[in-house]
Ligand binder design. Structure first.
Ligand code: SF4
Length: 297
């Protein structure tokens, strides 16, 4: 066993202890269907701790991810691990990516990712959760994420521990503030650490990696930039779903008298789609970045 595996297992055991002590419930390991989640679930199993697995059904996941998760849940439940799928709700009603777009009146963008909070980051309220977040995934994460996190609604009360001997540790463990606590046991793993572990230990992984997809998030995720062309070539039905949602979004804007900011009367969902894909700016419309910047002001 490598030092990183040993350390990650130690972190999971500590998180499990804190979860049982603080919440009287087992740790929840979130599983998105991606490779990092697969590592976390396997490490939690090897840690010998009680835990549950939670998958958020985003409605925009590739069909292969949905099938992979179904198979994984059968495998994990046969090992005695409780598994749960959380379906998205918005204002008390079941929703989906396609229903959310007309309600929010704009497509999800790199900077306005309302979809993540509704479709993806749900479940585990009032519980201790473990995720596969890694610093190697983005530079922003290096500053904002840690081994252990306590998220409070007041940002000043948020606690992040970036290493295993942080002096804020006692504060983290003893603070009684009601807040979601998170453990990121593989936060310091590199891509090769992840793949070395999965391949050497023969852990089942999402089949989309074998097709060369570097990530397996939602089809059309704005964070994927130009990689979305490949997504839509592979799953053309999702392109149609987005275009139909953009049509409904324009109709809703017209109904509410909000055809402003360059959304002109008579525009069609297909035009919004090309603008969103950053194929080129439509006449009379703001560029994608100008629009996103304006929405943030
Ligand atoms: S499309 Fe991207 S930003 Fe939106 S929920 Fe999915 S992963 Fe999050």
């Amino acid at each position: 066993m490598s030092d990183k595996e040993r350390m990650a297992i130690q972190r999971l055991r500590e998180a499990s202890e804190m979860s049982l002590f603080r919440y009287k419930r087992p740790l929840i390991v979130t599983d998105s269907g991606g490779k990092d989640s697969s590592v976390c679930v396997e490490l939690a199993r090897r840690a010998g701790i009680p835990f549950e697995v939670l998958h958020n059904h985003t409605t925009a996941d590739a069909p292969e991810t949905v099938y992979f998760m179904r198979k994984e849940f059968v495998r994990l439940e046969a090992l005695g691990i409780p598994c749960k799928i959380e379906y998205p709700h918005y204002k008390g009603k079941r929703t989906s990516m396609w229903e959310l777009i007309p309600v929010k009146l704009l497509p999800p963008t790199r900077k306005v990712r309302y979809c993540c909070s509704v479709l993806k980051k749900r479940g585990g309220q009032g519980r201790f959760i473990a995720t596969g977040v890694r610093w190697a995934e983005s530079t922003r994460r290096r500053d904002s994420r840690g081994v252990f996190e306590k998220n409070a609604s007041n940002p000043a009360k948020r606690i992040i521990l970036n290493n295993d001997n942080d002096d804020k540790r006692r504060l983290f463990e003893h603070c009684t503030l009601q807040a979601k606590r998170v453990c990121n046991p593989i936060i310091d793993w590199t891509d090769s650490d992840v793949w070395d572990f999965l391949l050497s230990e023969k852990i089942p992984v999402n089949p989309l990696y074998a097709e060369g997809f570097p990530r397996v998030g939602c089809v059309g995720c704005p964070m994927a930039g130009k990689r979305r062309y490949r997504d839509f070539a592979r799953w053309p039905a999702y392109e149609k779903l987005y275009i139909r949602a953009f049509d409904k979004m324009l109709a809703e804007r017209q109904r509410r008298g909000k055809l402003d900011h360059g959304w002109r009367r008579g525009a069609a969902g297909i035009e919004v789609f090309h603008w969103w894909m950053e194929d080129g700016v439509l006449p009379g419309q703001l560029s994608f970045d100008e629009y996103v910047g304006m929405m943030e002001e």
